[in-house]
Design a protein around this ligand. Structure first.
Ligand code: ASP
Length: 344
């Protein structure tokens, strides 16, 4: 079974090893990855590597970097069966979300992974994460098509749809969670795929397209008891923002004070797109459930359903970069484009 895969290194903990002399963590030469993970040879696959230069801590990731990443994928798309991206964990959910919306007609696996402990450390979780990611990126169905043609995160024995994840734990090996969508595969003695949960193209053979214009004029407004009007208004009426991700309570509820609702009404009248996501980690916005949410819906606030803040933000970046017509953006925000929301 010959397969060819491209492993792309962006930076992060996974690519670090301890300097023999100083004991400080330094990035290792990625072209030597097989020396660090000799198990990779046992696959018998052709595994090529591509390293960004310089490599970066994922806290420094920018939309410009996402565009570069998409270009590397597009330029190499035909040559490889799948892609594994090594990435810092801190913003991996943002990158996975952004990539899922930027790449259209994806038919090959893009598996992001990383580690909590550097690859050069004895108890590293990085090796297993890399090895299983490679196996998943190479996996095919009986008909020869990719088993998981999606942008995913693989971490600590679970494969997630990338745009459903959040970084959940800063210390544990299980660093990610996808609370509102089940795992696409579970890795134990066998890799158990859940094909009924995986998004497959309706028709195969379409050309990969990338959206390389992102508009980042999006603000996040997290409400909390005691939030003052100036704080709310400084975000809703900021001159630069075109859209606002409104992080509300529970199933999409916000204060019912006239003052707050007037500000929302005025912002929408001024042309702002406001999307309601919940501060809860699980469950969905349902603006019909309580009067507090219903008032928002009446004013034209859009439901973000059970989407994460990360995915909602990145979806707005991509849609706003692609369309100038606000109604089109709003329409698309209400649809599940890459399985990022469950519409109720
Ligand atoms: N700060 C690192 C990063 O996100 C942490 C990690 O790799 O896990 O790049």
């Amino acid at each position: 079974m010959s397969r060819s895969l491209l492993m792309i290194y962006t930076g992060g903990t996974i690519g670090m090893k301890q300097d023999d002399k100083t004991k400080a963590l330094v990035p290792f030469d990625f072209s030597q990855i097989v020396r660090e993970v000799p198990e990779l040879k046992k696959f018998g696959y052709k595994i090529d590597t591509y390293s960004f230069d310089p490599v970066i801590d994922s806290s420094d990731i920018t939309p410009t970097f996402w565009v570069e990443l998409c270009k590397v994928i597009k330029n190499n798309y035909k040559k490889y069966d799948g892609f594994v991206i090594l990435h810092g964990t801190d913003t991996m959910s943002y990158t996975a979300s952004a990539l899922s919306f930027m790449l259209e007609n994806l038919e090959k696996p893009i598996i992001l992974t990383g580690s909590q402990l550097p690859i050069g450390m004895l108890r590293t979780d990085g090796k297993e994460n890399i090895i299983s990611s490679i196996e998943i990126a190479a996996a095919k169905r009986g008909d020869g098509k990719a088993m998981v043609p999606e942008v995913c995160i693989y971490f600590e024995s679970q494969l997630y749809r990338g745009n459903r994840t959040i970084k959940y734990n800063a210390e544990n090996f299980r660093a990610f969670r996808s609370v509102n969508y089940q795992v696409l595969a579970e890795v134990g003695i066998h890799i158990k795929y859940n094909p009924h949960l995986i998004n497959y193209p309706k028709s195969w053979g379409k050309q990969l397209k990338i959206s390389d214009k992102l508009d980042t004029n999006v603000a996040i407004l997290k409400i909390y008891p005691g939030i003052i009007k100036q704080a709310i208004d400084s975000i809703l009426f900021s001159t630069w923002s075109k859209a606002i991700v409104l992080e509300t309570f529970g199933s999409g509820n916000a204060p019912t004070s006239r003052e707050f609702l007037e500000s929302i009404k005025k912002a929408i009248k001024n042309g702002k797109i406001i999307v309601n996501v919940t501060q809860c980690q699980a469950g969905s916005v349902d603006m019909k459930a309580y009067a507090t949410g219903a008032s928002l819906e009446k004013l034209g606030v859009i439901s973000g359903y059970d989407g994460t803040t990360e995915a909602t933000l990145c979806k707005l970046f991509v849609l706003m970069g692609k369309y100038s017509d606000k109604e089109e953006i709003k329409k698309k925000m209400k649809q599940s484009l890459r399985g990022e929301i469950t519409i109720i």
